[in-house]
Design a protein around this ligand. Structure first.
Ligand SMILES: C[S@@+](CC[C@H](N)C(=O)[O-])C[C@H]1O[C@@H](n2cnc3c(N)ncnc32)[C@H](O)[C@@H]1O
Length: 295
């Protein structure tokens, strides 16, 4: 048998096994599938080699002034003006996915208050958070955003198309004239974080939520932070407890941060908890958390 026909045979066997497994999966309850996925993820995090976590540029826990940052009346005015513009693209609700409406407001408000110069976003997707970063950068008159995704998020067949958004993330920014200070990069987060030459004041991690990836991303991201930098995590569910009425959780970021904190006792997450406005499902709870240092 030639090499090519041998490979074709092997491919056929693999396809048959995959189809069989998909068939079996249809009969396994979601809770059991999730438990299997979680067990696999825990094993993969446990087996990941220990990495260095350079916490010196993280903002100190004692320097967080969340109430003051979020309850800023100038910002509330800016928000209502910019939100009207962005709603022309995304609507007012969680119609297309991406970070939820309340988290968008939290991101906007933090950037409007803290005015970081250089911002990095990992996980562009449909560009929901990107639109808010970009609008507030324009509003502040200071700042640049680099947004990274493993996919070409602006391609004609990218998720924006499947989710029926009016246009690609880049074109949506152009529509509201805030594309000037935004750079889109297609890359695996780890490759980008390893090779980046720039440093950032604010890094938002919302890419792959697998625990091993988040563990690796945080290690690399810390090396790119400027002094008193903010590392903001999305989908951080403290103690892996549900935060929203639907009971759903994403365990990866919490598991990763738990291991990081066990290995580095000077690092501590600061979950943003309850926001002054609704996030989704009629509650004000957020899964946003800032990674801080104690000393
Ligand atoms: C939850 S979505 C981000 C949502 C986005 N912030 C928004 O508000 O629209 C996660 C994104 O991370 C991307 N992603 C997943 N794994 C990645 C990786 N290893 N490196 C870079 N991007 C990744 C996915 O392609 C997806 O677009």
């Amino acid at each position: 048998m030639s090499e090519t026909s041998k490979m074709n045979e092997q491919q056929k066997i693999a396809d048959k096994q995959n189809t069989k497994f998909r068939g079996i999966k249809a009969f396994i309850p979601t809770s059991a599938l999730n438990a299997m996925r979680n067990a696999r993820a825990n094993k993969s995090l446990k087996n990941a080699p220990r990495l260095a976590f350079n916490s010196q540029n993280l903002l100190k826990l004692g320097d967080i002034q969340l109430d003051k940052w979020l309850n800023n009346s100038d910002c509330a005015q800016n928000w209502s003006e910019d939100q009207k513009n962005i709603a022309k693209i995304l609507g007012h609700q969680d119609k297309y996915g991406g970070v939820n409406p309340g988290d968008r407001q939290a991101i906007y408000t933090l950037i409007n208050t803290l005015k970081p110069e250089n911002i990095l976003e990992i996980g562009t997707h449909i560009g929901a958070s990107t639109l808010y970063f970009a609008s507030v950068i324009k509003r502040n008159g200071v700042g640049k955003l680099t947004t990274v995704d493993i996919l070409d998020v602006n391609a004609p067949d990218a998720p924006w198309k499947g989710l029926c958004l009016p246009a690609s993330p880049k074109d949506n920014l152009k529509t509201i004239d805030c594309d000037k200070n935004v750079e889109f990069i297609q890359s695996n987060s780890k490759d980008f974080l390893e090779q980046a030459k720039q440093k950032f004041d604010f890094i938002f991690l919302d890419g792959d939520h697998g625990s091993k990836t988040v563990y690796q991303e945080v290690s690399l991201a810390l090396n790119l932070l400027r002094p008193n930098g903010i590392l903001l995590l999305h989908d951080y569910y403290p103690d892996k407890r549900p935060l929203f009425p639907d009971g759903h959780i994403i365990p990866g970021p919490y598991s990763a941060i738990k291991r990081i904190c066990e290995e580095n006792t000077d690092i501590k997450p600061y979950p943003l908890g309850e926001l002054p406005w609704e996030t989704k499902q009629n509650v004000n709870t957020t899964s946003l958390a800032i990674l801080t240092r104690l000393n």
